[in-house]
Design a protein around this ligand. Structure first.
Ligand SMILES: C[S@@+](CC[C@H](N)C(=O)[O-])C[C@H]1O[C@@H](n2cnc3c(N)ncnc32)[C@H](O)[C@@H]1O
Length: 301
């Protein structure tokens, strides 16, 4: 029995019928309208050739890391660096073709995966930054430092890329509240004190991975927080833009895109996770809030 506060979405396969029926299983090339707002159930390597060229302003990729992990009964095995590099090069090439000339790619990775991934990114893209975010949770180790950081690599197709800095500025306390002619210089008096909106850095410590009392939580083993992807979506896509997630898992990209007025195409192998994505999209119709993002600003926690 789940505790009443446990909000985890873990619908079993036998109750997924209607949600699965809403997923797409393409067998021929899709136009942009046909791919828009679709949760595609399939292997990205089989689906990618059916997706339209240069259609996506933003790709958020959270591939299986180079770790042994079970996704809905199917095991992704940790492999040697050469084999993981080959897997990565194959999907990067597809994603490069699918992005608009002013498009951006974000790739999630832990540090071990990043060692393999990072050199490959620059074969296809201009690498702009490595964002590091603090997961909060992590397994303690007897003879090592607890691993609780992850990276998101920010890449663009060209130098002419979309980036809305104002959409992701952070409100911070002002340590030295200067005045000019008696008026506050670049700060405002708010309920929280003297604050200003500042440029966000590439270290994000205002996040946690979803946990069981959060409505966004599912039983997916490596679900990302909506707040994390909201930052990527707001910075690197405009309202109405089409966003692709090639390894969609529980559908965080689709849900965030919908909540923020963007369009999406997601691809995920597991039918169960595709069904959970549809359920989350249905929930987003009723409640479009993103935990930790209010009135156009990200909260500290
Ligand atoms: C790291 S998880 C993504 C988690 C997701 N960001 C979320 O918030 O739920 C990677 C996902 O990729 C899926 N996957 C692995 N290989 C795939 C492939 N070739 N095509 C499509 N999906 C794949 C796995 O089933 C898994 O759900």
């Amino acid at each position: 029995m789940k505790s009443p506060r446990n909000k985890t979405i873990d619908l079993p396969p036998e109750q997924c019928g209607d949600y699965l029926a809403a997923c797409l299983r393409p067998t021929q090339a899709l136009s942009v309208p046909a791919a828009t707002d679709q949760t595609i159930c399939g292997d990205f390597f089989a689906v990618a050739p059916l997706l339209p060229d240069a259609a996506f302003r933003l790709v958020i990729a959270d591939p299986p890391y180079n770790l042994t992990k079970v996704y809905a009964g199917e095991t992704f095995y940790k492999t040697d660096a050469a084999a993981y590099a080959d897997f990565t090069r194959r999907w990067l090439a597809e994603v490069r073709r699918l992005l608009t000339p002013d498009g951006s790619l974000y790739v999630c990775a832990d540090w071990q995966t990043g060692v393999i991934l990072a050199p490959l990114l620059s074969d296809f893209f201009t690498v702009r930054s490595r964002i590091t975010w603090q997961r909060e949770k992590g397994r303690g180790a007897a003879k090592n430092w607890k691993n609780c950081l992850e990276d998101v690599w920010f890449c663009t197709v060209s130098d002419d890329y979309y980036f809305d800095l104002n959409a992701v500025k952070m409100r911070r306390a002002v340590k030295a509240p200067y005045r000019e002619n008696g008026e506050p210089k670049d700060w405002t008096q708010t309920e929280a004190g003297k604050t200003r909106l500042t440029c966000p850095s590439n270290f994000w410590d205002d996040l946690t991975i979803p946990f069981w009392s959060m409505p966004e939580n599912t039983a997916h083993p490596t679900q990302k927080p909506e707040k994390l992807f909201a930052k990527l979506v707001l910075a690197s896509s405009a309202p109405g833009d089409l966003i692709l997630d090639p390894f969609a898992g529980s559908g965080t990209t689709a849900v965030v895109a919908k909540k923020l007025g963007r369009r999406f195409t997601t691809v995920e192998k597991s039918e169960l996770y595709c069904a959970w994505t549809r359920l989350r999209l249905e929930n987003a119709e009723k409640d479009p809030r993103i935990q930790g993002y209010e009135n156009g600003e990200f909260l500290k926690k």
